[in-house]
Design a protein around this ligand. Sequence first.
Ligand SMILES: Cc1cc2nc3c(=O)[nH]c(=O)nc-3n(C[C@H](O)[C@H](O)[C@H](O)COP(=O)(O)OP(=O)(O)OC[C@H]3O[C@@H](n4cnc5c(N)ncnc54)[C@H](O)[C@@H]3O)c2cc1C
Length: 381
Amino acid sequence: MKPIVILGSGLAGYTVARELRKLDTHTPLHIITADDGRFYSKPMLSNALGKGMRPEQLASADSAKMAADLNATLWTDTRVTAMDANAHTLIARGETVEYAKLVLALGAEPVRPPLQGNAAAEVCSVNDLMDYTRFRRALEGKKRVAVIGGGLIGCEFANDLRAAGFLVDVISPGKAPLDRLIPEQAGHALEKALANLGVTWHLGNTVKAVDKRDSGYRLTLADAAVIEVDVVLSAVGLRPRTELARDAGLEVNRGIVVDRQLRTSHPDIYALGDCAEVAGLVLPFVMPLMNCARALAKTLAGEPTPVSYPAMPVLVKTPAHPVVVSPPPLSGTGQWEVEVREDGVRALFYDAAHTLRGMALTGSAVAEKTVWIKELPVVLA
Ligand SMILES: Cc1cc2nc3c(=O)[nH]c(=O)nc-3n(C[C@H](O)[C@H](O)[C@H](O)COP(=O)(O)OP(=O)(O)OC[C@H]3O[C@@H](n4cnc5c(N)ncnc54)[C@H](O)[C@@H]3O)c2cc1C
């Protein structure tokens, strides 16, 4: 019997495997992953430092345990380089591997900002446990860190690095942090709280060059200001990993295009998680992929099941000033109604019919989240 093959051992790959094994204990399952196959919760990478957790404490199981628990064959440190959708084969470790059904759970690649300077290649980014281990090593004995990007991950790292005693500069082109997700007033509340914690902001600015300087780096900003730091972390966004699918002739847009059954343009190949564009939506967060994994497991077990998305707010892990956000749909017209309070902001996005379409709650307003989540429409019914 040809196996179901899953590419990727992140939350998407492992969750679909786990869900499948609840429904089907016997179909051969083969997981191939470019990393070391340890199971860890990626969101913890941006709040482990302040909690004093070492990288190895973030992994709850190694690849051998995962293979045993899932009754799966697991190939670690193996990058799949090509696949042939019509022949139902892929190439890994120089071998041709056959599959009955293939699941792409390939994740996303950190975007590298266009930087000049002789140390541009030394800028860190953290998108998996191995990156994080390298980042932690780079921080050893160091004091000053520059974070490029004031989005969700940049803000979380800024808060976490400060909590662990580092001096932090954040450089971001927006007028306020999280500017792609929440209205400016809400962003300013977070900016102020992190500034009170000691974060130095360089908003409306970008990094032009990173150069080596003694044991650290000199950053030259677009406005010609100069910052000297020991470590540079880039957190400017992620791009779905689509090359393998594109090269195999599958339909690719921002992500690997799949329908509500997580099916790509080839009927026996599925995709979910950060690499996938599900019914036109690229949502690189945990809740969407969990919903996808449950639906896909049923489909793989013989019961075709479309994914449904409830409202799925994201909690930004900035304990200095927590934020809960459910951004309005990209295509949605409407406006934010913002109430700025002394210790938080409540921002609600209404469409023309005054239906709630999005929300951003910060600080003390986060306490209201259950009330507003109930009012938010489902994302995919
Ligand atoms: C620092 C950080 C904090 C976050 N915090 C939150 C949060 O608080 N809440 C939230 O909802 N989301 C958060 N996210 C997003 C969330 O973690 C991701 O959406 C999720 O973990 C993605 O899982 P994935 O399995 O799709 O991708 P990944 O975890 O990236 O897994 C991809 C897998 O594919 C493998 N792979 C790639 N290419 C190949 C290849 N060619 N051959 C074989 N294997 C390959 C990789 O080795 C890896 O195993 C955070 C993300 C980051 C980076």
